[in-house]
Design a protein around this ligand. Structure first.
Ligand SMILES: *Cc1c(COP(=O)(O)O)cnc(C)c1O
Length: 441
């Protein structure tokens, strides 16, 4: 183990590390926060006191793993408890709760996904929805023998398809993508053929932040008669998505990342309307049945998107995401994307200037059109750096073996917060390197 590094406490407290002279980057960050049309949203999140000194944590750069809570959600949840649940009790199901998964789905579809009503629902976890929709897809193509996916996708995506392949006797055809980039249309073209039933990809790669070419890849899948399932976990709420325009078949995504639905909030699923009558999902519970309260002897699937639901919806878990969807509706996803691009550009500038001389490399696409809302940087000491940062109230994300992820949630992250976070990485890493090698500054 390396000895406890000496850390520049002053820098960790937010003072510019080079204490003499004008700090152009800090001045830039402050100016950007002043002119940013979305800056006022930051105050709507808990822990983001307008006075940056009081923010808690001081720099939160993990909004792509667990979004900060929205203040309005505290009221919404209390109100729900006291009134809707507290006094309406079982009547709540008839009055509002039954429709909530589809109502929120429609809102999310309109605001973030480019999906016409009746194609999105909220329910289950992303993992379970991946299973349900992928199984439905491969079962609709029984003569086909292969599923195309990539080795760098999020573990749950790969594991679920491993299981489906085993269950159905299918072969997984793996794409080896550039870990600092992602799956390209050309790679998909090479991998797909008449034997392909399904292609599963992430729209924004969880590690590199690579933004895949959804229209081109979806079109390639269709040329070969395959279905495509997009995982939108790292794009929803930060990158505009046009599911209908791209003719996407299926999509799933997380609501506790950029959507601030809270830990374990249910996921969402999209099924293109043309496929509603064609696909059969494997977890045929009563909530997906045609006449829910008839309690009939056998399963008859509902028409429309409801047939992809299974059990009782997690109503409490669906409350908070509505506040974020409302903000995104007001702010517009295009403005959110513009700020996201500016934040990631700024972070990369700071990394190049401050961290690259210490051996840190950018592991995300430099071209903004290929980059989602987070930036990954690599260095062999990042595990240790992250531990020290977390102890000092600066929260980035670590991804083994040596990646540090800077997740910049456009509605809640400010430019000064980004500055503070990257400055803290710089100071901690420098402290460790000085402690280890005894190098003079
Ligand atoms: C976060 C994430 C998940 C999470 O799935 P859960 O079922 O909520 O644990 C799945 N896929 C991707 C790509 C993710 O980024």
């Amino acid at each position: 183990m390396t000895p406890t590094p000496s850390v520049n406490r002053a820098a960790l407290q937010g003072a510019p590390a080079e204490s003499t002279g004008h700090d152009a980057h800090l001045a830039f960050a402050r100016r950007m926060d002043r002119i940013d049309g979305l800056a006022h949203y930051r105050a709507r999140f808990l822990g983001t006191d307008v006075d940056a000194e009081l923010a808690n944590p001081r720099a939160y750069l993990d909004g792509n793993s667990l979004g900060r809570p929205v203040r309005a959600s505290a009221e919404r949840i209390a109100e729900f408890l006291n009134t809707e649940w507290g006094t309406r009790l079982i009547r709540g199901w008839d009055e509002q709760w039954m429709d909530l998964p589809l109502k929120i789905g429609d809102d999310l579809g309109r605001v973030c996904l480019g999906a016409a009503p009746g194609q999105v629902f909220v329910g289950d976890s992303t993992t379970v929805l991946l299973y349900k929709l992928a199984r439905a897809a491969v079962d609709s193509r029984p003569q086909r023998t292969e599923i195309v996916l990539d080795r760098d996708n999020f573990p749950t995506d790969r594991y679920i398809l491993e299981g489906i392949a085993r269950e159905r006797g299918l072969t997984l055809r793996w794409i080896d993508s550039d870990p600092e980039g992602g799956v390209t249309a050309e790679q998909v073209r090479q991998a797909v053929g008449r034997q392909t039933s399904l292609i599963l990809l992430s729209h924004v790669a969880y590690r590199s932040g690579y933004l895949a070419d959804m229209p081109a890849i979806t079109a390639i899948a269709h040329e070969h008669g395959a279905l495509v399932l997009w995982d939108l976990s790292h794009s929803v709420g930060s990158v505009p998505v046009e599911l209908d325009l791209c003719d996407v078949d299926l999509a799933v995504g997380c609501s506790y990342k950029y959507l601030s639905g809270g830990p374990g909030a249910p996921a969402f699923g999209y099924v293109k309307s043309d496929l509603h009558d064609v696909l059969t999902q494997p977890i045929q519970g009563w909530m997906g049945a045609q006449a829910i309260f008839d309690m009939g002897p056998g399963y008859v699937p509902a028409t429309g998107i409801r047939r992809f639901m299974s059990g009782t919806p997690a109503v409490v878990g669906m409350l908070a995401m509505q506040d974020t969807i409302a903000m995104l509706d007001e702010a517009t996803i295009e403005a959110v994307r513009a700020k996201s691009v500016a934040l990631t550009e700024f972070a990369i500038t700071l990394v190049d200037e401050w961290l690259a001389p210490m051996g840190v490399t950018v592991a995300s696409p430099r071209e903004q059109t290929h980059r989602g809302g987070h930036v990954s940087v690599n260095h062999p000491l990042m595990r240790q750096v992250t531990k020290i940062l977390w102890d000092n109230d600066v929260i980035p994300d670590f991804r083994a073996p040596n990646g540090l992820r800077l997740g910049l949630a456009p509605l809640s992250t400010s430019f000064v917060e980004t500055y503070d976070g990257v400055a803290a990485v710089r100071d901690v890493l420098r402290g460790i390197l000085l402690g280890q090698s005894g190098l003079a500054q």
